[in-house]
Write a protein that binds this ligand. Structure first.
Ligand SMILES: Nc1ncnc2c1ncn2[C@@H]1O[C@H](COP(=O)(O)OP(=O)(O)OP(=O)(O)O)[C@@H](O)[C@H]1O
Ligand SMILES: [Mg+2]
Length: 176
């Protein structure tokens, strides 16, 4: 029997977790702005959470922050139907994927996602569809809606320890 792949791997050592309550959409946007400071080729972020949790909002906010830093202004359309949207930000390529409608895992190779994991920063919605292709060192971000308050989310981010440390520093800087 093959056990289902867990959405986030703890297999890699030297990992740590950061979590917070996001009281509003502005708090999610602030987290995304801080997170954008961590952007680098090879950073793969697995965005977990149910439909409407805010995965696309978070990814779009990260991409818009990076665009603003690079003086680029582009639409950030949803990858719902294209599966992937790519952004050439000069110093960095960013891939935003929504794998909800992935028909066959072979499509991941056709899309070039395996190479993007090494060369670009990847923001992946519905990462359970990656199966065996999920990078072990990926950073896992889970958004959990509040049961009664529509605007509230809980966020948990698990990733390489140095990345979580830099995120904490970026959050402190953005709060001041
Ligand atoms: N604190 C919050 N953080 C993020 N989104 C919020 C928050 N409060 C309200 N929202 C709203 O929740 C919705 C999130 O939609 P979004 O498309 O980002 O979800 P999703 O997780 O990508 O869903 P899907 O699985 O369908 O792709 C948006 O309409 C956004 O305005
Ligand atoms: Mg989405």
């Amino acid at each position: 029997m093959t056990l289902p792949t867990p959405p986030c791997s703890d297999a890699v050592s030297e990992r740590s977790t950061w979590s917070a309550d996001l009281a509003s959409i502005d708090a999610t946007a602030q987290l995304a702005r801080a997170f954008a400071a961590l952007a680098q080729p090879g950073l793969c972020v697995l965005l977990n959470g149910p439909v409407g949790a805010g995965k696309s909002f978070f990814a779009r906010s990260v991409i818009q922050t990076l665009m603003a830093k690079n003086g680029a202004i582009e639409d950030v359309p949803s990858p719902t139907f294209t599966l992937v949207q790519t952004y050439d930000l000069g110093v960095l390529d960013v891939w935003h994927a929504d794998l909800y409608r992935l028909g066959n895992p072979d499509e991941l190779i056709e899309l070039g996602l395996d190479q993007a994991f090494e060369a670009a920063m990847c923001l992946i919605e519905w990462p359970d569809r990656l199966g065996d292709m999920r990078p072990d060192a990926a950073t896992c971000l889970t958004l959990t809606p509040h049961p009664t308050d529509y605007d509230r989310r809980h966020v948990e981010i698990t990733g390489p320890r140095d990345l979580i440390t830099r995120l904490e520093q970026a959050m402190e800087t953005s709060a001041t």
